[in-house]
Design a protein around this ligand. Structure first.
Ligand SMILES: [Zn+2]
Length: 437
């Protein structure tokens, strides 16, 4: 009957921007979760270890009172940190601690220089999803995506199932799933994952909660994980502050052989204002250190938000210096500039994007030729070279037809060459393998 109110299709975003991305709007705004989960800590009270509370360095709550509405103003007075806040990795070494036993965790806190880990950047079409394969466990960062004629989220979960089946020592268990932000191309796979018998021992997201759209998908997944393992949730709702090292806790970093650190996070105060009405700009950013090897995962953070994030870590900009960069926002033009790549100075850059025939990649014109030029033209920011010099493609501008582009430096794209597996040694050497479409 005409005039009947149709139920909102839960799959269809209520609000989209000009590019077709799901954005917040008057009746689609993120809430904070009732329980933000395990407290975040600055410094390195490192996770995976039981350290007395009195020895933990500055809980995040100390800074809650200094929350400033909206984006960090340039004249914000930084909170002074004590002089002895340790930087990243040094802290753990001061303690003779006992690893917490998380079911299947294989303690391995004496990794030698030849120990290896892998990151699988899975080809999920337009979207992102990575599996972190460590000697002491498994992490997942995002589980996209969209796929022309299919569901990239399902593709990701199928890859994960095959991965775990081939590695029985992980006991069908993922130690932590980190969701960067509530957009389908980063969390569509949560639905498929909930239908498997894979155990998930922890979940991290930006805390944004809602009853509809991708906010609901994120909320549902978090609740599903918590049903199985209570008190293994952590919201990266990082309030306005100046820190030296990012945040962590035993959910974000359940590993004894690697360090996992989170940056940025949800900021619901400004979600009604551009550009923060786009969930991209609330992406959780993740850093993984394995011995001397380091990886940065940027989610879809755009330039305004990454500028704000860098500003918060002015005391220690080196905290972003990493070897392998997952290029933010599928190498969109609005997410990479000189400042960002100058802070990270990657040796290797990975782009997760749709293939040549992907409608999603075409709609957003990902990846952009300009971003690839920033990464590899003089001065070459991506410092490693490929052993081959393949001709791939990129979009010169929004809506323009794609154009051939020669790749000289160590830049790899899932849309170009399928799933990419980076093997790293604890000495900080890398090997890259492309699995093809
Ligand atoms: Zn995305």
């Amino acid at each position: 009957m005409f005039g009947t109110a149709f139920a909102q299709d839960a799959e269809k975003p209520r609000y989209t921007n000009d590019e077709g991305e799901e954005v917040f709007g008057p009746d689609y705004m993120p809430r904070s979760p009732d329980d933000v989960g395990v407290p975040l800590y600055m410094g390195r009270p490192n996770a995976g270890f039981r350290i007395p509370d009195s020895m933990l360095v500055i809980p995040q709550d100390v800074f809650r009172n200094s929350t400033i509405q909206g984006s960090l103003p340039l004249d914000a007075v930084p909170r002074q940190l004590p002089d002895d806040v340790p930087y990243l990795k040094d802290f753990r070494e001061r303690f003779n601690t006992t690893p917490l036993k998380f079911n299947n965790l294989v303690p391995n806190n004496t990794i030698g220089p030849s120990a290896t880990m892998k990151v699988h950047y899975v080809d999920v079409g337009q979207g992102a999803g990575a599996i972190i394969e460590l000697p002491c466990g498994v992490a997942v960062i995002d589980l996209g995506g969209e796929w022309v004629g299919g569901n990239g989220g399902k593709v990701f979960v199928q890859y994960l199932e095959a991965f775990l089946a081939a590695r029985p020592h992980y006991n069908h268990t993922v130690n932590v799933v980190i969701v960067s932000h509530p957009h389908a191309d980063h969390l569509k796979g949560t639905k498929s994952l909930m239908d498997t018998n894979i155990r998930v021992l922890g979940v991290v997201d930006n805390g944004q909660t809602g009853d509809e759209g991708s906010l609901l998908t994120q909320t549902t997944f978090r609740e599903w994980v918590e049903q199985g393992v209570p008190k293994r949730y952590s919201a990266i709702e990082v309030p306005r502050q100046v820190t030296a090292t990012g945040v962590t806790n035993s959910v974000i970093d359940p590993f004894v052989c690697a360090d996992v650190t989170a940056f940025w996070g949800g900021n619901n105060d400004n979600a009604s204002k551009k550009p923060y009405d786009n969930p991209n700009n609330h992406s959780v950013v993740v850093r993984i250190d394995f011995g001397e090897a380091s990886f940065m995962f940027m989610g879809d953070l755009e330039l305004e938000a990454s500028h704000d994030m860098f500003k918060q870590y002015d005391l220690n900009p080196k905290v972003f210096d990493a070897d392998v960069l997952l290029v933010p926002h599928h190498a969109s033009e609005n997410a990479t500039n000189d400042d960002l790549i100058g802070k990270i100075t990657p040796e290797i850059a990975i782009i997760q994007m749709g293939s040549r025939t992907s409608e999603g990649a075409k709609d957003y014109s990902h990846p952009r030729g300009k971003v690839i030029a920033l990464l590899q033209d003089q001065p070459e920011i991506v410092s490693d070279k490929r052993t081959d010099t393949p001709k791939f493609w990129a979009y010169p501008s929004g809506g323009a037809p794609l154009k051939e582009i020669q790749i000289k430096q160590a830049i790899y794209g899932t849309g170009w060459e399928g799933t990419i597996v980076v093997t790293a040694t604890a000495k900080g050497t890398y090997q890259i393998e492309s699995l093809g479409h």
